[in-house]
Ligand binder design. Structure first.
Ligand code: SF4
Ligand code: SF4
Length: 390
């Protein structure tokens, strides 16, 4: 049974978050990865980005500051390494805040579907006190049921449900790894915040539109999808067969299929999922105006997200680190930087290698701009941005 602590009613029901970013709207700070000494190493660059972007001002002394990141699915090796998070935690300590690392449990089976497995995975990945001077708090508790329900009254969701720690933290710094994603085209700040902070029932609600179908002509009957399905909804009778009544639309079978034989029944559902994620962001940001900031690492840009228990080769060279108070601008900037890069041969990116080609869409044929358009419409930020290179 879900523990719903309370339903929070927000005053500007239905209203866009108009001008909450004021004059800092659309500034995205960027640091490249070239280094020729200690002053240009990554911790130094992170420090300068935190100051320039004013991420060091989204909290005050004594605040409980959530550092929302992904602690790494066992088997993946391209989640953000703890050494990238450590300078952010150190800055929060220096300014008198009380940082903690946080994420919510996953919907699918795997190494992070409950807090015990999740913490064990994090520790194995180096998120420990000798590396990062902060505790880890799984935001939605032992089984993903410690949730807060916030009324938003938007197009898809009347309420959104996310982990209690997300609501109870005074401030949030959203630290994201930019990479591809089978359902949303890419995963950046919006996805890390909205889907990442969704409780189990929240994640179920966001995913439920994405029921898959099997292309029987391509399916080889290998069974990888059936093994990965958390609902035992797939049986193999020469080819994969899906029992719709059991399916929760988690998408694990898409990720597992080596031949791309599984995809959504209705491509529009992938637009709806992006918009639901944005509505979850709205529910969180609404309660944290002035107390939330974003840092995104455009490195190890793999075709799949960090929830996959493996890491494929990156599709573009490492690019750099971004920081902003605007989640829409930072996602747009990261996507633009990836698409302006030259694509890497011998990767899942088989074509569209030239600078300027839409590499995200070449990997997953999804209109990834839907999340950005809708987030802008709801007043979460701006797709127009100024890129300021440090
Ligand atoms: S059939 Fe696919 S989308 Fe449905 S529950 Fe199983 S793994 Fe998830
Ligand atoms: S993983 Fe793909 S190819 Fe293998 S059985 Fe499932 S749908 Fe068919």
């Amino acid at each position: 049974m879900n523990i719903v602590w309370r339903v929070i009613r927000i005053s500007k029901f239905h209203q866009p978050l108009e001008s909450y970013l004021d004059d800092i709207m659309s500034k995205v700070y960027f640091a490249g990865l070239r280094a020729d000494g200690q002053s240009t190493n990554i911790p130094s660059k992170i420090q300068r980005l935190l100051e320039a972007s004013q991420l060091n001002s989204v909290f005050t002394e004594g605040d409980l500051v959530a550092v929302k990141t992904h602690l790494g699915e066992p088997g993946s090796t391209t989640f953000l390494r703890p050494q990238y998070i450590s300078p952010i935690v150190d800055m929060i300590h220096r300014k008198g805040g009380r940082p903690f690392l946080t994420d919510c449990n996953t919907l699918y089976l795997g190494g992070r579907s409950n807090a015990v497995d999740h913490l064990n995975a994090a520790i194995r990945h180096g998120f420990t006190y000798p590396v990062i001077d902060a505790p880890i708090i799984i935001a939605d508790g032992l089984l993903g049921m410690d949730e807060i329900e916030v009324e938003v009254g938007l197009k898809h969701c009347r309420t959104v449900k996310f982990g209690t720690a997300a609501q109870q933290a005074s401030s949030i710094i959203v630290v994201s790894h930019f990479k591809g994603h089978l359902m949303t085209g890419f995963g950046g700040a919006l996805k890390n915040l909205g889907m990442g902070f969704g409780s189990r029932s929240g994640k179920l609600e966001m995913h439920k539109l994405a029921h898959p179908t099997v292309n029987q002509e391509i399916c080889t009957g290998c069974g990888s999808c059936a093994t990965s399905c958390p609902q035992s909804a797939i049986s193999i009778v020469k080819k994969a067969q899906i029992q719709e009544a059991k399916c929760i639309g988690c998408g694990e079978c898409w990720v597992a299929c080596p031949t791309d034989a599984i995809g959504p029944q209705d491509p529009k559902s992938l637009i709806d999922i992006q918009e639901k994620i944005v509505e979850y962001c709205y529910g969180i940001v609404k309660g944290k105006i002035g107390n939330i900031g974003y840092m995104t690492f455009v490195v190890d840009v793999t075709p799949h997200c960090d929830c996959a228990p493996w890491s494929d080769s990156p599709i573009v060279p490492d690019i750099g680190i971004l920081a902003s108070l605007d989640p829409v601008a930072i996602d747009q900037a990261a996507a633009d930087l990836v698409n302006k890069s030259r694509g890497l041969e011998g990767t899942k990116l088989k074509h569209h290698h030239s600078p300027g080609d839409d590499k995200i869409r070449a990997i997953v044929n999804i209109d990834w701009t839907a999340q950005l358009r809708y987030a802008e419409e709801l007043g979460l930020g701006s797709r127009a941005y100024e890129l300021i290179k440090l």
